[in-house]
Design a protein around this ligand. Structure first.
Ligand code: NZQ
Ligand code: ZN
Length: 398
């Protein structure tokens, strides 16, 4: 059933080959001071930087810049951005990049005028947003996170070795507009592309594997998972296939703009574990998820057996004649692993630099982070604490 909810996502989406032409009109809604936030080098190499700065100049904007945002954006970079916003009285933060750049922009937006310590208040303690924020606009260059149409901001505090996600109110922190041209993703390196694809799939699965009543959201999630898998296998062979890349981009946006998870309990435990894996190894987020997910599923599937059977049938077309539920569920997980192999993603933690010594630290800090935010409640099929996280990590170390 569909339980009661109120929902509004305020992001205006411009999608397609001509999407960037809408930037000039969007800029008219804001004052003259713009903070341009971007990553290490890609937008200068592929010419996007020149196009955007020309549009900003033509619109009469005064631009200050925060370049060099890391994959897995750092808290120190958020603080640098806050300082720029205050110094230049910034009217719009324009984020050009993938999830890391957009997440960093949201952190800056929340933090520029916060009273007290930004990390402690909004990330560590998850306090309600209580100060004015600066509008964020996004030009997406890599598909995966869904950050372009949601209010999440995942930041790594390098001093504390903690990577924490904060979901701010949608109405206040979602980008005001997002420009999505799938052609911009053609230059994304293959490893990053497949990481993004798995990140999207993980978002869909985190919302799917929970709550087992008859809910429209589960049918929608299955549909998007099927489209993603289909297009992913085309894009790895032919990265400039517009049909495949446009589907992947829209799957990613739909995957976490909050519509598909409405009226459902949700899990998100794989994400919790991966974030701390990222804090210790700095691995690509989607790659970390691809390693942990099968191990986690093998740990929980018996507690959500009917949904794992449905996943095998609906998403992976498992032909289950003569098989029991447990065999069908395990076959679905095997097909997922086969997909991970076909994408060329890593399958063991040691491949992304995790060591035996790190595992207890990752397990402990994940458990502490989780309990600080959610107590002992859980949205998935099973309560997973430090000991269980350790077992899940050990099972995918080599
Ligand atoms: O830095 P540059 O040179 O731009 O290179 C980037 C970066 O190295 C490159 N890239 C991006 N677009 C490109 C390109 N290279 C060539 N051509 C292009 N068009 O790709 C690399 C990865 O970029 P990044 O932004 O780090 O990737 P992604 O979009 O996967 O973002 C990952 C971050 O988002 C967080 C993750 O934890 C991670 O920190 N997440 C954010 C979420 C949210 N806000 O809702 C939810 C997710 O679950 C996730 O946690
Ligand atoms: Zn994710």
């Amino acid at each position: 059933m569909i339980y009661d909810f109120s929902f509004q996502n305020p992001t205006r989406i411009h999608f397609g080959k001509t999407a960037l032409t809408h930037l000039a009109d969007e800029l008219k809604e804001y004052g003259t001071q713009v903070l341009l936030v971007y990553g290490k080098s890609s937008i200068k190499k592929n010419g996007l930087y020149d196009q955007i700065t020309a549009t900003l100049a033509a619109a009469g904007k005064t631009v200050c810049e925060l370049p060099g945002i890391n994959s897995n954006p750092r808290y120190s970079q958020v603080l640098q951005g806050c300082e720029l916003v205050r110094r230049h009285h910034v009217d719009l933060i324009l984020a050009v990049g993938g999830g890391s750049v957009i997440d960093c922009a949201k952190g800056i937006s929340a933090g520029a005028y916060v009273e007290g310590d930004l990390w402690e208040r909004y990330y560590q303690n998850q306090e309600p947003l209580s100060n004015p924020v600066v509008p964020v606009g996004a030009i997406l260059t890599m598909a995966g996170t869904g950050s372009e149409m949601n209010s999440g901001s995942v930041i790594t505090n390098e001093d504390l070795q903690l990577k924490i996600g904060r979901v701010f109110p949608l109405a206040e922190m979602s980008p005001k507009f997002a420009i999505l041209n799938p052609e911009l993703t053609y230059t994304v390196p293959r490893y990053q592309m497949v990481s993004g694809i798995f990140d999207t799939l993980s978002h869909l699965m985190e919302q799917y594997f929970s709550g087992d009543d008859d809910n429209t959201s589960d049918y929608l999630l299955e549909g998007v998972m099927k489209s993603l898998v289909h297009s992913a296998l085309i894009a790895v062979e032919k990265p400039d296939d517009y049909e495949a890349r446009s589907n992947l981009m829209w799957c990613a946006t739909m995957g976490l703009n909050k519509i598909l998870g409405l009226s459902k309990t949700q899990d998100w435990m794989v994400h919790q574990i991966e974030h701390q894996l990222g804090a210790y190894t700095d691995c690509a987020h989607g790659a970390g998820l691809a390693i942990i997910t099968p191990s986690y599923f093998r740990y929980i599937y018996r507690d959500g057996l009917s949904k794992f059977v449905r996943f095998a049938r609906m998403v992976w077309n498992v032909d289950d004649q003569g098989q029991g539920d447990e065999q069908i569920a395990l076959e679905g997980i095997s097909r997922l692993e086969q997909f991970i192999r076909e994408l060329g993603l890593p399958q063991s933690l040691c491949e992304v630099g995790a060591t035996v010594e790190m595992l207890p630290l990752i397990a402990k800090s994940t458990d502490q982070n989780y309990k600080a935010r959610f107590g002992t409640s859980f949205g998935g099929y099973k309560l997973v604490e430090e000991k269980e996280i350790m077992a899940i990590l050990n099972a995918c170390l080599w």
